[in-house]
Design a protein around this ligand. Structure first.
Ligand code: PMP
Length: 840
């Protein structure tokens, strides 16, 4: 009443009850907290109606740095700091300052500190404030200070350093072979982020997974090897949020190290808000598989995007698959990643897909402002949400959020920048000005990267003690058994489905043909003329398929490649099953037509795709297989036949693994489904599988076959089928007609094997009702060693590994023959199940 309203609060009380945490009592802690915190709260509450202009609170340096025995005191002072922050909200006109003092020289508190402890504190930068200076400082803060003020000595910054060195090569890091730019394997930006996160954690020892301002200074080429030197420094006493930095230098043999990447460490890692999406949603102009095949620089091991879920004018959402450290490097000791470079790179791959889909440009990341992750990285699929835009001047900028399989956001990347290149720039960037500068890797095939990396892979397998399972010598006929290195083995690596190879009658007819016609027809049939065995074989094959005519070629591969490449052309479209055989893909590439894979055996997806794009093309050919050679599942033929009608397409069916295998009489997939064979335009088959020979054929309507006979390059410009081959195939086709029980026996044995394998818990993938049964192992090295162990037990089965299939789809592939006995099949399943158990 006498002095007017209260305009300022000075809160300067404090109490110490120092003790190690296990010695503290609840009561003592309460006293420490109450004195500081309740004192200030009471002051603020009691003056809510007063026109407060200044609040000045005495806090402690322990609130910032902590102190031994002062967990309560540190917490109390930090609460004081925060309460001061609240004052300005309650009194918008007010100014609040909390001063984090170190001890005052003449106080009881300072005097209670033992000399030895005092020396230690002084060494750490704690200033014992003389009363006079303290008062001056206090008045200064009272008149003008605001926020949190820390009083201490200016100390030289204590720096901590972490150094690491490693040498990378394509041998030690096989994944990097699949990250190539201009034919050079390049270290992904994403893997640098992982290394920097690791360094930051190692250095600062905290649980936060964060790194900031990661910037590309110079790209790192791997081949033949590169030494990486990572140096991370952090400052202990830092007033600024920036508390350290990381540099990654790279050195190639005999060269000076070059600064390749740098980044900053910050004291606080803010969790950004989730990305809000805006803009229009667009249709997908191409599948991610097509993007990878035709436009990306990522090989199969590095392809992380499994699906694009949504594409918009300003955003893209996709599913990413993670990796394990061991798949990157054989030397890797970690069992899990901090952030997973494949997931991070997958996000960049989505950005590239988006840029390509919208603008036909590609981009490489150059800077990431913040990567912050809370919790550990998921091991299941990750949903990635990206919002971004083309900034012009060749710069893309965007933000990325990562969600785990439970839809929890677990990481965010902000301020991603990428350099955008047009396709032309990409091509020209790889050319050099004069031939003198062209390095030998471009003109000596022994030094081509693909040659050296293949040989390196073999070397790795050899070092791991694995036998090379390819090009193994067999002696004698490859049937249910085969003789390898003088030992009879149960054989699953030949397609002698009906046992005709080695059949005495088939061999006799082949020999007879040789006696009569010699061993070769010595030129193309157009030039040197026909022989009866060509005509008879073609008539038999046409009859087998239930169509007018057929035409035989000297290889199945060549049949697909040459016929597809010939019939379809520029302005046309070929849509093929995503798992189609290489010969179909080669034909499609050769044709010059637009090529689109559709999801495996998915009639609905193909229907949707054709509804959208069929109209833009002259001709469209759908290419499928009767039975898929890697997986052993059967095509949904009736559905594809309906699409042929609906969308006015040609239908091409490769019966390599279904002729002689499906249908009561081995007439293939049309007999299996009981459909009219004239509802397919091209029946393609091979003679090397069920028909004990070598060659391929097309069975079709007469006009089609006549046209192909005169125009297909592989027929017109290549020698005709040899007498022995044609006679063996002819004898086999006829024998199959006469002995359909062979086909039924094959079907029974295949079913027996499949069911027994399923019962034993073996992963047979999609195999269903054919003579191809895979055992999915999921790891190349494991797969090789499984094949090796089975070989030791007298079972010969071929491993299928990368690059034939993705590493995660590595498998053993069993071809069942009608000659296999149930004993052989049962023994094999039991051995396989046992070996799989011990391998796990
Ligand atoms: N198509 C498919 C589905 C195949 O599996 C193969 C060979 N495995 C071919 C075509 C090529 O046949 P060939 O071996 O007779 O050249």
């Amino acid at each position: 009443e006498k002095l007017g309203p209260i305009e300022a609060i000075i809160h300067a009380s404090g109490l110490l009850r120092d003790a190690r945490i296990e010695k503290k009592s609840a009561q003592a802690m309460k006293e420490v907290l109450q004195t500081k915190v309740d004192g200030l709260i009471n002051l603020i509450r009691g003056t809510l109606g007063d026109p407060i202009k200044v609040v000045a609170a005495w806090s402690s340096w322990s609130a910032r740095f902590g102190n031994i025995g002062q967990i309560d005191y540190a917490a109390a002072n930090e609460l004081v700091n925060r309460l001061c922050g609240e004052v300005e909200r309650l009194h918008p006109e007010a100014r609040a300052v909390s001063i984090m003092w170190s001890p005052w020289e003449d106080s009881d508190m300072a005097r209670s500190i033992p000399p030895i402890v005092r020396q230690g504190l002084e060494a750490e930068g704690v200033l014992f404030v003389p009363t006079k200076e303290g008062m001056e400082r206090f008045v200064g803060e009272l008149l003008g200070g605001r926020g949190e003020v820390l009083i201490g000595l200016e100390m030289p910054l204590e720096e901590r350093t972490l150094l690491s060195r490693q040498t990378l090569s394509l041998e030690s890091h096989p994944m990097l072979s699949d990250h190539r730019l201009k034919d050079k394997a390049i270290l992904p930006f994403a893997s640098v982020i992982e290394d920097m996160l690791e360094a930051s954690r190692g250095l600062r020892g905290d649980a936060v997974v964060a790194v900031h301002g990661v910037e590309l200074c110079h790209g790192i080429q791997i081949d033949p090897s590169v030494e990486l030197m990572l140096e991370a420094r952090s400052r202990r006493f830092s007033h600024s949020p920036e508390c350290g930095h990381i540099e990654l230098n790279a050195r190639h043999a005999d060269e000076q190290p070059k600064l390749a990447y740098r980044a900053q460490l910050l004291t606080d890692a803010e969790l950004p808000e989730p990305i809000a999406l805006q803009g229009e949603v667009l249709g997908l102009p191409m599948s991610i598989q097509t993007y990878y095949e035709e436009h990306a620089f990522h090989g199969p091991l590095m392809q992380s995007v499994s699906r694009v879920l949504e594409l918009g004018t300003n955003h893209i959402i996709g599913l990413l698959k993670p990796s394990k450290p061991a798949s990157w490097s054989s030397l890797e000791k970690r069992s899990s990643w901090l952030a997973d470079p494949l997931l991070l790179d997958g996000a960049f791959q989505l950005v590239s897909y988006w840029l390509w889909a919208l603008h036909q440009v590609t981009a490489f990341p150059t800077r990431v402002e913040h990567y912050v992750q809370w919790g550990s990285v998921p091991t299941g699929p990750v949903r990635c949400v990206i919002a971004g835009r083309d900034e012009g001047d060749g710069v893309f900028s965007g933000n990325i959020d990562f969600y785990d399989e439970h839809e929890q956001r677990y990481a965010a990347m902000r301020g991603v920048r990428a350099q955008v290149f047009s396709r032309a720039e990409k091509a020209s960037a790889s050319s050099t000005s004069s031939s003198a500068e062209i390095p030998p890797e471009r003109y000596r095939m022994e030094q081509f990267e693909e040659v050296t990396s293949l040989l390196q892979r073999f070397e790795m397998a050899e070092k791991a003690g694995l036998r090379n399972p390819f090009f193994v010598q067999h002696h004698g006929v490859a049937r249910d058994t085969s003789v390898v290195a003088g030992r009879e083995m149960i054989n699953f690596s030949s397609y002698n489905y009906l046992g005709f190879s080695g059949d005495p009658e088939v061999s006799a007819q082949a020999k007879e043909a040789i006696d009569h016609y010699g061993t070769s027809v010595s030129a193309s049939r157009v030039a040197s003329g026909e022989r009866p065995f060509h005509t008879e074989l073609e008539a038999e094959l046409a009859q087998l398929h239930g169509v007018d005519a057929s035409l035989v070629f000297t290889a199945g591969f060549m049949t697909n490649e040459s016929v597809i490449g010939h019939v379809i052309g520029e302005g046309d479209l070929i849509v093929h099953d995503a798992l189609a055989h290489s010969s179909i893909l080669q034909g499609a590439v050769m044709s010059g037509a637009k090529r689109r894979p559709f999801p495996h055996n998915d009639v609905k997806a193909l229907d949707a795709m054709l509804s959208q794009i069929r109209g833009n093309f002259r001709r469209c050919c759908i290419a499928i297989e009767g039975v898929y050679s890697m997986d052993g599942d059967i095509a949904e033929l009736p559905g594809f036949m309906a699409l042929r009608e609906k969308h006015k397409c040609l239908l091409f069916v490769d019966e390599a693994h279904s002729i002689g295998v499906l249908g009561a009489n081995g007439r293939g997939i049309s007999e299996h489904f009981g459909v009219d064979p004239t509802g397919v335009d091209f029946w393609m088959g091979t003679l090397s599988k069920a028909f004990a020979s070598c060659g391929g054929y097309i069975a079709a309507s007469r006009p089609v076959v006549e046209y192909l006979r005169y125009t297909t390059p592989a027929l017109v410009f290549s020698a005709g089928m040899s007498p022995a081959n044609a006679a063996a195939a002819l004898a086999s086709v006829r024998k199959m007609r006469e002995e359909p029980q062979r086909v039924q026996q094959l079907q029974q044995r295949a079913r027996f094997f499949l069911e027994r394998a399923r019962t034993a818990g073996i992963d047979v993938g999609m195999s269903d009702g054919s003579a191809v049964v895979p055992c999915i192992v999921g790891h190349s090295m494991k797969c090789l060693s499984l094949s090796e162990r089975l070989a030791q037990r007298g079972i010969n089965v071929q491993p299928i590994v990368y690059p034939a299939v993705e590493d995660s789809a590595s498998r053993l592939r069993f071809f069942i023959s009608s000659l296999h006995s149930e004993e052989q099949l049962g023994f094999t399943v039991d051995a396989l199940a046992e070996e799989l158990r011990t391998l796990a």
